[in-house]
Design a protein around this ligand. Sequence first.
Ligand code: SDX
Length: 444
Amino acid sequence: MYNIYNSGRIQGVKINMTEYATLIIEGKEYKLPVICGSEGEKAIDIRSLRQQTGYITIDPGFANTGSCKSAITFMDGERGILRYRGIPIEQLAEHSSFVETAYLLIEGKLPTQTQLTRTSVYLNDFSLLHEDMRSFYQNFPSKAHPMGILSAMVNAMRSFYPEFSDEDREFNKTFLRLISKVRTMSAIAYKISRGHRPVYPRPDYSYCANFLHMMFDNPVIPYRLDRDFEQALNVFWILHADHEQNCSTATVRVVGSGRVNVYAAISAGISALWGPLHGGANQAVIKMLEQIRDDKLTIPQAIARAKDRNDPFRLMGFGHRVYKTYDPRAKIMKKMCDLVLSKKRCKDSLLDIAVELEQAGMADHYFQDKGLYPNVDFYAGIMLRAMGIPTNMFTVMFAIGRLPGWLAQWKENSTDPEQKISRPRQIYTGNNVMDYIPMDQRHA
Ligand code: SDX
């Protein structure tokens, strides 16, 4: 799904009153307003279409359909542009922190030093998890997927942490409590799955350092924080923080449109992200690279299989609904991947396969003609693996990063006067009217 990016600089969305789309149906003309966003994107406003014409539109997967106007993230898929609140992702990856980027997305502007410090204090204050919630983990099977655990735990948070009634004007404390605890809950899921005792957060550690500490510290081998790993994680989460109306964000908006609490909407977003075509792709990339290695596929064989429509094999980490050129996040992700591998002084045979696969894929006319390029997931898994994050936690890492974007989008949706409950139409293709058939007249 798409949105019309409107930076808010234009009061309301500019409807250029001379711009209309004229629709001719059965010889009759209908004029539909054209709206234009702050980056020149245009949309035909069809909200009166059915009432005027009796027709609806249909667009499986919403590839051509905008669900909203938004001032949060701007993407240009043809030019490979991604900006949060107008700031290019390359600059945020270079200069910002994940906590500062989260503030930018949610509050719409970069924080002052005082605001950033107070945000960090709140995140620290909220980093513990209610001991009664920790007992939930004992009842999940040891092999439970951490995405299922995270979705359940976030939904359960509403019972333990109802929204703050005295929301601070400058900070949404409910959001900050979610951002802080989602990190703690994820690390606990990992520790419990290893049969280890969960590790408490440290007050002297940053958001990212604390996550690594809670994941990897243990009584016999104290975790020695690597600042380059902390920086790589910062950048990883900045790159994943928002991405316009992707599947999981659209889910958060749809679920939120029924005016349900934010925890339930975020829990739905986590579930939507889980799929291998979406946030589960980083896990699927590793599985694909391991299959190429273990089946001793050559790169040409792998490329040929990916192009064969009768073969379910796909180049995971390649292709994107919006980017028809190189995903700007993938370039930065590759740099972080190289940084982590250089620190580990380890080589990863999967990285060698990935680099060859990327070169072969990008040189192949099939992928060029279809606009299929590496996306953010292509290198993410290799970096996470090098950091010691287990494969089944990769999508959880994506969810932690995407949470500020979901929250910003949920907030924008719930305060948009034009938004209603999401309720798409359909074209019915089933039986025409027929009578009930008594049991003794039915045939198998
Ligand atoms: C994310 O939306 C977002 O912004 C998502 C995301 C975010 O930050 O939220 O960026 C995160 O989800 C990134 C995408 C991760 N998924 C993958 O890497 C999985 C592999 N990619 C594909 O499944 C696919 O490219 C999608 C799902 C990403 C996009 O699919 P579309 O836009 O629905 O396109 P499509 O499936 O209709 O494919 C168009 C053509 C098809 O061939 P034809 O039917 O036209 O002959 O391209 C082919 C597809 O078969 N194709 C691929 C391919 N991806 C598409 N062929 C081989 N390998 C691939 N990876």
